[in-house]
Design a binder for this molecule. Structure first.
Ligand code: AMP
Length: 424
């Protein structure tokens, strides 16, 4: 017998990895409880027709599809929203709105396996049905923030856009829905050239291209620029105003920095409004995402029900936490001496030592009043890795001298980059 392996793209989770999953899942349950979301457990196998109805070409092509022994066309769920929409149009049809639903479990997509991309992966999924108001969009973003914060994830950021801006332009330019979907799918993959080629007129194409130029550092400014840009497109303008309202609610509730991306699209076809994704600088894959889908329930034969939801990628959040823990451990392994070139700079040097410690760097401060040469000699003997030398000239430019005591190299480093430089 050969030694059996897992199927490509599927993983065993053992020891710490399994524990990390359990921890994230339990925090997702806590978040659901705190925000009043009730858990629903739906089947992994669903009718193909249900799953392919509105998920979009991208996901349709990557589903695990098979016939069961009763000749039914079925598939493994590639996401939760279709199952939840089925519930809302059947068993939960008469439940009062708003309806807050939570699920967690494995989903399946025939993706190309790589770090953070698997064919079986786990999601925690939140859906809020029955409100078209910006408060509902904000709630989904804020509960995502709550989950990530409770897990101790550092430096994550939300990227927000509005599918209504792009669809608003395309509809007014007379682009039919099928072509709109094809354009959005390419934009989601950042294949902008390919996407814009599908625009039926030169004017439509240049309108789409122009969206790429609107992004700036301040997200409220970006929204204002979008509003001005689509002033003659009624629906797109309303969408931009809606984005502004959501952003205000989210930011004023203390959520971390947002980037507004005017040309941001997502693969799932059913989105109609705000869309978002979460990133950290250490990984270039989204840790989660979601958005508004006001027409799905109606399409599934239910009453017209506005809805907004999100899915958090548990595998990727686990990977992100592990990556950050490893960086921290690496930083802990390094020893740093902070010293001022003269007494007048002592206070500034102390502040820098505190700043580094707050970022997880192990710092020793020069407390013996020794001259620089002596202090460095001693640090060398004690196998300290770096000396941070605080001098007047560098400090004026917001920098310090970082001396690597192992290879003797030294360089002026801006304070903003100092911790990262030491950790790397
Ligand atoms: P989506 O359902 O496409 O909105 O995806 C929601 C989240 O699921 C993403 O932001 C990822 O964190 C995660 N995800 C999507 N595809 C994969 C995959 N192939 N492997 C692991 N996680 C994934």
């Amino acid at each position: 017998m050969p030694a059996f392996q897992t199927v490509r793209g599927m993983r065993d989770l053992l020891g710490e990895e399994a524990q990390a999953f359990t921890n994230i899942i339990s925090k997702a349950h806590e978040t659901a409880t705190l925000y009043g979301y009730k858990e629903v457990i739906t089947p992994v196998v669903e009718p193909l027709e249900l799953l392919s109805a509105k998920s979009g070409e991208e996901i349709r092509q990557r589903m695990f599809i098979f016939k069961d022994l009763g000749e039914r066309q079925v598939a493994l769920r590639p996401e939760f929203t279709a199952s939840i929409a089925r519930l809302v149009t059947t068993a939960l049809k008469n439940e009062p709105k708003p309806l807050r639903l939570f699920s967690v479990g494995s989903v399946y997509r025939y993706d190309e396996p790589q770090r953070g991309r698997y064919r079986e992966f786990w999601q925690s999924n939140f859906e809020l049905m029955g409100s078209a108001r910006p408060e509902a969009d904000a709630e989904i973003i804020l509960l995502t923030n709550n989950l990530l914060k409770s897990l101790g994830l550092q430096g994550y950021a939300f990227k927000i856009g509005h599918i209504g801006v792009i669809r608003g332009i395309l509809t007014q330019e007379g682009v039919e829905e099928k072509t709109q979907n094809a354009i959005l799918q390419r934009m989601d993959k950042k294949e902008f050239e390919e996407a814009f080629k599908l625009a039926p007129t030169e004017h439509c194409r240049s309108m789409l291209e122009g969206l790429l130029q609107l992004k700036c550092d301040n997200c409220f400014e970006t929204v204002e620029k979008i509003k001005a840009y689509v002033a003659n497109y009624e629906k797109a303008k309303t969408a931009a105003e809606n984005l502004g309202e959501i952003l205000k609610l989210v930011m004023e509730s203390g959520c971390p920095i947002q980037t507004v991306e005017p040309a941001f699209a997502r693969g799932l076809e059913y989105y109609t409004g705000m869309i978002f994704e979460i990133y950290i600088s250490e990984l270039d894959i989204a840790l989660g995402g979601g958005g508004r889908y006001d027409r799905l329930i109606e399409l599934f034969g239910g009453e017209s029900t506005p809805a907004v939801g999100c899915a958090h990628g548990i595998d990727r959040i686990a990977l992100a936490l592990q990556t950050q823990k490893a960086t921290l451990a690496a930083a802990h392994g390094k020893r740093v001496l902070v010293l001022a070139v003269n007494d007048a700079l002592k206070v500034e040097a102390l502040k820098i030592a505190q700043m580094l410690r707050s970022k997880g760097v192990v710092v020793e401060f020069e407390i013996m009043g020794r001259k620089m040469g002596k202090a460095l000699e001693d640090a060398d003997k004690r196998q300290v890795d770096f000396a941070v030398i605080v001098g007047e000239r560098e400090l004026k430019e917001g920098s310090v001298m970082l001396k690597n005591l192992v290879n003797r190299e030294q360089a002026t480093v801006p304070l903003k980059e100092l911790a990262e430089k030491i950790k790397s």
